[in-house]
Design a protein around this ligand. Sequence first.
Ligand code: 5GP
Length: 186
Amino acid sequence: MVNTERDPFLVVLSGPGGVGKGTLAKELVERDEELILSQSWTTRPRRNDENPEAYKFVSHEEFLQHRENNGFIEWNEFLGEFYGTPVPDDSISQDILLEIDVAGGRQILEKHSETVLIFLDAPDVSEQRRRLVERGDDAIQIEQRIEEGDRERKDAESLGYFKVVNNDLNQAVEQIQEIIADKRSS
Ligand code: 5GP
């Protein structure tokens, strides 16, 4: 049953590249009808085999125009490309899942203190590197994403993110479902 009684909140899912955030986010919204996924905008080109719905892929001009019109609740530049969360529709009654970086999580928390912040981490760096190679990132990007991941891990800790390790998809989904359920019942 879809929520009609409580105020919806935002759930931010962050974590280093190659940790499996996309798959996990999809599972979470499939299993929970009170949770919907926000579609971010990005200027980054679509990767081979990437789902066309993973982002709204736009030009730099389109992104900057939308930003100018206050169309984003947060945005960030990551490895030279823009990423942003469009302002959610007022009519939405479900909780909204944002798959964004920690800098974006910080902006969201400043505006919406009720936000649930979750940092999904890889079991270890070698596993993260293996996943990045598998999805076809080039060598320089892999090292940049790993370094960025280290920075984000520290920032997430200081912002009070819940940390979940993605050893097993099902277990990670269940842990996050528990965190969300606790928030709903608080
Ligand atoms: P990727 O290029 O791997 O899809 O994403 C790079 C980083 O940007 C990831 O950490 C991802 O979570 C983050 N990201 C994706 N969408 C958004 C967004 O709308 N806002 C912010 N701040 N970060 C985003």
